[in-house]
Design a protein. Structure first.
Length: 159
């Protein structure tokens, strides 16, 4: 995936960022969650855009997906576990090739949500939880942050 954010090789360290936050049109609805406020923060890092849903073979646009009891189902009731697991595995493998300091991920996403996700009823109800990719990153030892934490200044000081 390409990014409008500089990935100058002389800068330090690598971080993974949800591709939709960088302006990639990879959301379920074909859009993105571009956050211009991130540009200044990201200037000191080499950025790897990630979208595990697309990496797992899901199209853009696609039917919305939410987690229900840890399993991703689309709004039509079809399990998307295979695609989510494949995308998580592929993306984690890509990240292993770099020394990742941490990840900045999209809020409430069934893949990337860090502290809160939708409850699986497609009613807009939010519950505490993590998306599949965020949970796998955390289990692999990577620090993960919700984009709102970053924009709220809740990240450790830059080194």
């Amino acid at each position: 995936m390409s990014s409008s954010i500089s990935t100058n090789e002389n800068k330090r360290p690598w971080i993974a960022v949800s591709a939709c936050l960088l302006g990639e049109n990879c959301k379920y609805n074909g859009g993105n969650n571009y956050r211009a406020e991130l540009k200044e923060f990201l200037a000191d890092y080499k950025v790897i855009p990630v979208c595990p849903e697309v990496a797992g073979g899901l199209p853009t646009p696609r039917v919305p997906v939410e987690l229900k009891d840890g399993i991703p189902y689309d709004r039509d009731g079809i399990s998307r576990e295979k695609e989510f697991r494949l995308g998580t595995e592929r993306t984690l493998q890509e990240l292993k090739e770099k020394e990742i300091a941490f990840a900045i991920l999209q809020s409430r996403s069934p893949s990337c949500g860090v502290g809160q996700i939708y409850d699986g009823t497609f009613s807009g109800t939010k519950i505490p939880g993590m998306g599949m990719f965020a949970a796998a990153m955390k289990a692999a030892g990577y620090p993960v942050y919700d984009v709102e934490e970053v924009l709220g200044g809740m990240l450790p000081e830059k080194k």
